[in-house]
Every structure is written in structure tokens, then in C-alpha cells.
Design a protein around this ligand. Structure first.
Ligand code: ADP
Ligand code: MG
Length: 644
């Protein structure tokens, strides 16, 4: 069949140039149907004359100047269905849909002008009787071409279809299982306007698609009136959804490849009609009013879309279900083709002129075709999901036993507990160091006390020796014990008078009281019978406290009384196995200050007592007229005692 529908300005040509993001006008193709048999019988003359392939001349019946309308293509009544299909460039639309564009083909015109015929061919002659292939409309031809194209593409393409009608401002699903029920039209940012709960059927092949079309056509509302025996009483929208698998790697330089999910929508509008002309009454009139109202809303939107200033503002797409569902095709990102259909009959000239003006305006409406991209929200969500996934991986690596979100929370809690544990460990370490220092201090004090004990013992031994040289009966004996004075000496402690008193293991002489191991039991009797037996030793007067003698060189009262008692107490204390510290709290000093040794006070006390003892020895030595005991070079106790 000869292709005669490719004039200059073929809409397919501009589409080939690539519509992405560019202002692209709605392509309009005008089809003039042939005179019907009835019109021919009435002898009507056509008022329309095609001039070339793109211009239509309208000659008013009452005379007057012709009016010319220019479209992308003008097809007279002699054109076949195939001519129309080719001239409209629907195949190009199909290609764009395969690339992810949203494409729309809609027919527009007066009732009985051939809209349905152009899209789907003549009405079925009977149940199950297919439309002859030569009369098949744009839709059947497009289906055949598309499925063939998909097969040759070799790519995995999924085709799905939905079919609905808008009847009396109600959306009905023509593919629903039961009887069609009204469906709501919704809107969201991602999808724009859409019909909720609309059935979408996956297409397995051309046959299935053709059956689906026939089913929808058979369910669509139509009625007979004077101008059309099978007049569509609803707007019908059949949409093909074309899905292709997303490329593995998204190329930022080629956003057109992502995502490949286009659609191709065929809209068969119900025709505008003058109720007076069609003779519609009752329900037909209601239907006609509803149709006209929605077409008026469509016309209004197109008028506003033509105004550049108004276009920036509000377009009342919400005024009707039809304009809602055509919003993207008219002023959005779709690629749109309008097939304006007119009748050649002079009787229909007013409506024909209206359609021509309408179509002329429509072809000045532009869209900005765009392949839908992942919405910003979706891309942000994907980014966050990726970030979340990475963080979860990190958490799982830190705590393999607690993967996932629970692991993250557990890890968070454990990190906090771990921080507390670390603080406790540091504090414990600090306390342990302090305790070690204290133990070292105690050991040091113990060692010091041992040394002091030895020194005290040595000092006492020397004191004993010094006492042996006190004036009295001169006894020369090799044993120092035998030098103990038999007579009381005012400078020396008395001998223990108790019968069990111990003797010197060397010379068997009685020991002085303070050297007697059982002196504690003898004291009360020895000192003062009235003295309480439970008086502590340190509180008692020294058993050998000499009486004060006015003739002595130094009055014993001048001596430190406590120094004598302290000596005995000191001996007791020093021979004890353990120093029991009072354990007062450590003084809080500035940081880095070594802790004060707890044994320090005891050591100072010992030093004081040593000093007292040294003083006592000095006094004793002076008392002994510097006569050293055998084996001693000097009576000075400082030779024995370390400097304090
Ligand atoms: P519309 O849908 O615009 O109301 P239809 O498509 O139903 O009009 O057409 C009305 C009548 O005109 C139908 O009987 C149809 O067969 C016939 N018709 C329309 N266009 C053509 C055409 N190009 N060739 C032959 N018959 C046509
Ligand atoms: Mg129709």
C-alpha cells in the first residue's frame, strides 16, 4: 500500500529528532471521513477541500472567503486505515514508548466524525466477529507493529494493558472481572494522576491483546442516535505499559536509558454533540451533557496551555476526570498526537469549524517530553538505604554475634557499658597502685621498726651495762649480771622481788624487774597493793622510779617520767608481730603527690622515744663516771644509735 501520509512537517520527523526535554508541540493530524451513504443519498456536498497534504480549505455554504487550516497532515476520505496509521507517525510514538516515554494518541471531533473508526475500525458486525484487517484501526496496527518490534528487539520487554472508560464522569474498568464499578482518580507526586485499583493485564501476545481490545469495546457504553448508530457514550482509554529491564549500570551520561518503562495510551473521546441535532432525550441527553462538559474542560485547559503566562500558573486539570487523566499528555512530559476527525457534511460545518479551530489551537500546545526518572525522594531513599546498609555492615563487623539493627543497638549499649567499665577499671587500677604504695610504706615502717627495736634492745643492753658500773660495792666479776647492784641504787630499777623471779641464764643472778618475763603479774603487789590490777602498764608508775634525792646531781623528778614507761611500752610494741595502723583516710593532696606513708607517725614517735632513751642513757653514763663496760670503747650511746 502506498504511503501517502508523509507530507512535509510529518510529526514523525520531529519526534525522530529527539524530544527529550525540548518544547514539543502536540502533533495534530486531520482526518476527513468519507461521505456516508445516507449523506450521499441526501445529495450533500462536501464543504472541505484538501490543499496539498497539510492544508484544509473550508468553503462556507453561503459563499464568502475560504478558511484554511494547516495541520501536520490532512487526510481526506479516500485515505485508507493504513494511510492514516503511517501518516500519524504512530510507529515513532511506539519507539519512544519503548525508550521510556509516555505517549498518547487521542482522537477528537464531533460525534459520528469517525474517531472510533480511526482508532479501532468499524464497529463489530456481531459477537466474536473480528474486524477485517484492512479496516483495522490505528490501535490494532500499532499492537501488531509493537509486538513484532519487541520480538525483533530481542530484549526482554513486558507488555501490560489497562482499559477504562469515563462515563458520566465516572471511571469504569473495562477489564474488571465483574460488572464495571466506579474507580477513584488519585494523584501523587511520583505518578501524577492515576486510577486506583485499575486492573492491569499482562499481555502474552498479539492475540491476547486483540481479545482484550474486543472485550473492552464490547463493554463500552454506546447508543444510537440520528448521527451515529453506534455512538460512543464514553471516553475510552486503553494504555499499554512497556517495561524493559533496567540496565545493570546506570550511566549518568545517558539518563534516557533509565528507567525503560514507557507507555502508549490510546484515547477515544466521545464526540461533542448538539442535543438538538442528535435528538438525544433522557439518559442520552444526560450522557451528552456530561460528554460536552468534559470536552469543554479539555478545551479550557488547552486554551490556558496556549497562554505562556497562564501556563506557568494553574491549569484546571482537576475540572474533569478526562483532563486529569490527560494532564500529562497535554502539558506534561509526554509525547502527544491528536487525530482530529471531521465530517464532510455541510450540515455539520459549524461543529467541523469548531473542531478545526480547536485542533489548530491544540497543535500550539507544547509539552516537554521526558523519560520519567527516579524521583528525588526515591533516590534519596536509595542513598539512605545504602548508607544504612554500610553502617549495619560496620556494626556487624564490630559485633558479629549481633547482626542487623538489633546488633547496632546492642553495640551502642555495649559501647556505653564498655565506657563505664573502662572508667571502673581505671579507678581500680588507681586504687590498686595506691594500695601497693601503702603496702610498701607499711613494709618500710615495719623494717624501720625492726631496726629501731634492735637499736632499743642494744641501747637497753648498754644501759644495763652502764648501770653495772654505778658506784657501789666493787665486785669484779667477768659476768655483767653479777655486777648488778645488790643494794638499791637510786639510778637503777629495783630487782624483781617476786619469788619466781627469773635469773640470768648465765650467772643465775636475779634480773631487774623490767627484764623479768612475768613482771606483769608481779607489778600490782610490787608497786602498790592498792593499785588497780587492770591499770594499763603504760599508765603505771615505773617500778624502779627512783625517789628524788636532794643530794643527787640530777633530781630524778626532772627526768621524763614517761620516758621510762615508754621504754617498756615501746619494747612491747616493738616486739609485737604486726603494726596495726589506725588507718585514717589518706590526706587528699595535689595530683601526682605520693601518698603519705601511714607508718610515718609511728616512726616519728619511735624516734622521739629513742631520743628520750638516748637522753636517759646519757644520764646513766654520766652517772657511771664514764666507766665503760668491758668490750666497749665508748659509753656514748650516740655511737650505737643512728643519727635521727
Ligand atoms: P465517532 O466515533 O466519531 O462518533 P464513528 O467512528 O463511530 O464516529 O463513525 C461513525 C460512522 O461512520 C460509523 O458507522 C463508521 O463506520 C463510519 N466511518 C467513520 N469513518 C469512516 C471512514 N473513514 N471510512 C468509512 N466509514 C467511516
Ligand atoms: Mg466513537
Amino acid at each position: 500500500m502506498e504511503e501517502r501520509g508523509s507530507p512535509d512537517g510529518d510529526p514523525a520527523r520531529s519526534l525522530e529528532q529527539g524530544p527529550e526535554g525540548q518544547e514539543t508541540p502536540i502533533q495534530v493530524v486531520l482526518r476527513v471521513r468519507p461521505m456516508s451513504k445516507a449523506e450521499l443519498r441526501r445529495g450533500e456536498q462536501s464543504a472541505l477541500h484538501c490543499s496539498g497534504t497539510r492544508t484544509l480549505q473550508v468553503s462556507p455554504p453561503g459563499g464568502g472567503p475560504d478558511v484554511a487550516f494547516r495541520f501536520g497532515a490532512v487526510l481526506d476520505g479516500a485515505r485508507t486505515q493504513e494511510d492514516v496509521f503511517r501518516a500519524c507517525g504512530v510507529r515513532r510514538l511506539g519507539e519512544l514508548a519503548l525508550r521510556g516515554f509516555s505517549c498518547t494518541v487521542f482522537t477528537f471531533g464531533q460525534t459520528g466524525s469517525g474517531k472510533t473508526y480511526t482508532l479501532t475500525g468499524p464497529p463489530p458486525q456481531g459477537e466474536g466477529v473480528p474486524v477485517p484487517p484492512s479496516l483495522a484501526g490505528i490501535m490494532q496496527r500499532t499492537f501488531a507493529w509493537l509486538l513484532d518490534r519487541v520480538q525483533h528487539l530481542g530484549a526482554q520487554v513486558t507488555l501490560r494493558a489497562s482499559y477504562l472508560e469515563i462515563y458520566n464522569e465516572q471511571v469504569r474498568d473495562l477489564l474488571s472481572a465483574g460488572s464495571p464499578r466506579p474507580l477513584p482518580v488519585r494523584w501523587n507526586k511520583t505518578r501524577g494522576f492515576y486510577v486506583e485499583q485499575l486492573r492491569v493485564v499482562e499481555i502474552g501476545g498479539l492475540e491476547a491483546l486483540m481479545e482484550l481490545l474486543q472485550m473492552g469495546l464490547s463493554r463500552r457504553r454506546s447508543s444510537a442516535h440520528t448521527l451515529n448508530q453506534a455512538s460512543s457514550r464514553s471516553h475510552a482509554l486503553l494504555t499499554l505499559y512497556i517495561s524493559r529491564p533496567r540496565p545493570q549500570k546506570k550511566s549518568p551520561s545517558d539518563p534516557g536509558e533509565f528507567p525503560a518503562a514507557g507507555k502508549l495510551c490510546f484515547v477515544d473521546l466521545a464526540g461533542s454533540e448538539k442535543v438538538a441535532t442528535t435528538g438525544s432525550r433522557g439518559e442520552l441527553m444526560l450522557e451528552a451533557n456530561s460528554i460536552n462538559r468534559s470536552l469543554l474542560a479539555l478545551s479550557h485547559c488547552i486554551s490556558l496551555l496556549l497562554d505562556p503566562q497562564r501556563k506557568q500558573n494553574h491549569i484546571p486539570f482537576r475540572d474533569s476526570k478526562l483532563t486529569k487523566l490527560l494532564a500529562d499528555s497535554l502539558g506534561g512530559r509526554g509525547v502527544t498526537l491528536m487525530v482530529a476527525c471531521v465530517s464532510p457534511s455541510a450540515q455539520c460545518l459549524p461543529e467541523t469549524l469548531s473542531t478545526l479551530r480547536y485542533a489548530s489551537r491544540a497543535q500550539r500546545v507544547t509539552t516537554r517530553p521526558q523519560v520519567p526518572k527516579p524521583p528525588r525522594l526515591e533516590s534519596e531513599m536509595l542513598q539512605l538505604q545504602e548508607e544504612n546498609r554500610l553502617q549495619r555492615c560496620q556494626v556487624d563487623r564490630m559485633e558479629p554475634s549481633a547482626p542487623g539493627l538489633h546488633g547496632a543497638r546492642a553495640s551502642w549499649a555495649q559501647r556505653n557499658l564498655y565506657g563505664m567499665l573502662q572508667e571502673f577499671m581505671l579507678e581500680n587500677e588507681r586504687l590498686r597502685k595506691e594500695m601497693n604504695q601503702l603496702q610498701r610504706s607499711r613494709d618500710l615502717a615495719l623494717r624501720e621498726q625492726q631496726v629501731l627495736t634492735q637499736q632499743v634492745q642494744e641501747l637497753e643492753r648498754r644501759l644495763l651495762s652502764a648501770c653495772s658500773i654505778c658506784p657501789g660495792p666493787a665486785v669484779t666479776t667477768p659476768w655483767p649480771c653479777l655486777m648488778l647492784p645488790a643494794a638499791p641504787c637510786h639510778a637503777l630499777p629495783p630487782l624483781c622481788s617476786w619469788p619466781c623471779c627469773h635469773l640470768c641464764p648465765l650467772c643465775q643472778s636475779p634480773l631487774a624487774h623490767w627484764a623479768c618475763p612475768q613482771r606483769e603479774g608481779h607489778l600490782p603487789q610490787m608497786l602498790d597493793p592498792k593499785a588497780p590490777g587492770d591499770m594499763p602498764l603504760s599508765a603505771r608508775p615505773p617500778p624502779w622510779a627512783p625517789p628524788c634525792s636532794p643530794g643527787s646531781a640530777k633530781c630524778p623528778t626532772e627526768r621524763n617520767h614517761g620516758s621510762w614507761t615508754q621504754t617498756a611500752v615501746l619494747a612491747e610494741m616493738l616486739t609485737g608481730e604486726e603494726v596495726v595502723p589506725s588507718a585514717p583516710p589518706l590526706p587528699v593532696g595535689p595530683p601526682n603527690t605520693p601518698p603519705v606513708l601511714r607508718g610515718g607517725a609511728g616512726v616519728a614517735n619511735l624516734a622521739q622515744r629513742l631520743e628520750a632513751l638516748r637522753h636517759q642513757i646519757g644520764s646513766s653514763l654520766r652517772c657511771g663516771q664514764s666507766q665503760p663496760p668491758p668490750g666497749e670503747g665508748s659509753g656514748n650511746p650516740d655511737h650505737i644509735l643512728p643519727p635521727h
